[in-house]
Design a protein around this ligand. Structure first.
Ligand SMILES: Cc1cc2nc3c(=O)[nH]c(=O)nc-3n(C[C@H](O)[C@H](O)[C@H](O)COP(=O)(O)OP(=O)(O)OC[C@H]3O[C@@H](n4cnc5c(N)ncnc54)[C@H](O)[C@@H]3O)c2cc1C
Length: 340
């Protein structure tokens, strides 16, 4: 069966978001690699307008569920819209971004359609006419290349894995796709962000700044200095606009009520049981650099660490540069330099 590639996106505030633009780049490359037609399917109010902004992507057909009822993320409506768009497109391959909305519904949609889904896909290949995707296993220690015969194959890409599509806007005329969502029981009354942490996690920052449990430990004077630690870290974050990561030990301390950094939550934890963020650079401070933590640095390109211990994990090939120094002194100096 000849393939048809569907790029699927939900529209937020009348726009196609950055993760979706990355998925669009992957969909365009996939369709080009296969010589297959590309269809763009957009969901949400303002879909027709949002289509214009990506009008130059080369899609042969445009489909839209441009309806207020599909504006909010909700399983029933999101799944119904995606299902209808895949059917209307006659798609065999569906590419969508791994946003929380799509991650929640697309595996279920693939099941409804008798197909299959793969999530957390960093890259799609179609070099030899056969489609394959890469996936990380065992916390980014093993990279697999895999293919599936089932169609439709819904491929959900990991945000941050490639450059967003960029190109000219163009007027497009989108076909309206009618969707029956069935009974809708969920009403969206608002969005609540986590108490703290959310505004210190900055996926687009150039630098990941990791704070480890050493910030809470007794220092050379026999005392712990949590207030100074907090002030140094917050000043650095404000001046550098770095994203704040943590080791598990520090997050756990906060969970046990010994608040060191009020802004820190488990969302900041990097590592095997935490996140695997993507940033060009990383700086670890007062963090030992043990494997379960450093495995979360898989996508950090240039790594530096500040630790008193010349024998810490970072010294054993895990960092490009290790400053054997007191992080309190180093960060105070760095903050001073940043102020000027
Ligand atoms: C199944 C499993 C999953 C895990 N998952 C994770 C995970 O997802 N993420 C994670 O982080 N960990 C994880 N861990 C825990 C991990 O093994 C380590 O225990 C943890 O990362 C240690 O945190 P830390 O380096 O902040 O603290 P510590 O090991 O206590 O190290 C503190 C460091 O601070 C340094 N230090 C102290 N004072 C200063 C100073 N003034 N200046 C400079 N350096 C100073 C010390 O030399 C020391 O190296 C996991 C463990 C297991 C078993």
């Amino acid at each position: 069966m000849a393939d048809t590639v569907l790029f699927l996106a939900h529209v937020d505030d009348g726009q196609v978001g950055k993760p979706a633009l990355e998925a669009l780049g992957a969909a365009v490359d996939l369709a080009t690699g296969l010589g297959a037609p590309l269809v763009a399917g957009l969901v949400g109010p303002g879909a027709a307008g949002a289509a214009q902004a990506i009008g130059g992507c080369g899609a042969a057909r445009w489909l839209a569920v441009d309806d207020e009822a599909f504006g909010e993320g909700r399983y029933a409506t999101d799944a119904a819209a995606a299902d209808a768009l895949v059917r209307a497109a006659g798609a065999t391959l569906v590419v969508a971004a791994g946003t929380s909305r799509w991650m929640r519904v697309l595996p279920g949609v693939a099941h409804r359609l008798g197909g299959c889904a793969d999530t957390h896909v960093p890259a799609i290949e179609a070099a030899t006419g056969a489609v394959s995707v890469t996936r990380w296993y065992y916390r980014q220690r093993i990279e697999a290349v895999q293919a599936r015969p089932e169609r439709p194959w819904v491929i959900v890409t990991d945000p941050g894995g490639r450059a967003p599509w960029s190109g000219p806007s163009a007027a497009v005329s989108a076909e309206a796709v009618a969707v029956t969502a069935g009974p809708v029981r969920t009403r969206v009354t608002g969005v609540e962000l986590p108490r703290a942490g959310a505004d210190t996690i900055r996926p687009d920052a150039d630098l990941l700044f990791v704070a480890g449990a050493g910030w809470t430990k007794k220092q050379a004077d026999g005392q712990a200095h949590p207030a100074e630690a907090e002030s140094l870290i917050l000043t650095f974050l404000a001046r550098s606009q770095a994203s704040l990561g943590s080791s598990k030990s520090l997050v756990d301390l906060s969970g046990e009520g010994q608040t060191v950094l009020g802004v820190m939550t488990h969302l900041n934890q990097v590592g095997q049981t935490g996140s695997t963020p993507r940033h060009p650079k990383g700086l670890a401070t007062c963090c030992h650099g043990e494997e379960p933590h450093v495995v979360g640095w898989r996508f950090i390109n240039e790594r530096r660490a500040v630790n008193l211990d010349p024998n810490c994990g970072w010294a054993r090939g895990k960092a490009d540069v290790l400053y054997v120094a007191d992080a309190f002194a180093v960060m105070a100096k760095v903050n001073e330099l940043l102020a000027t």
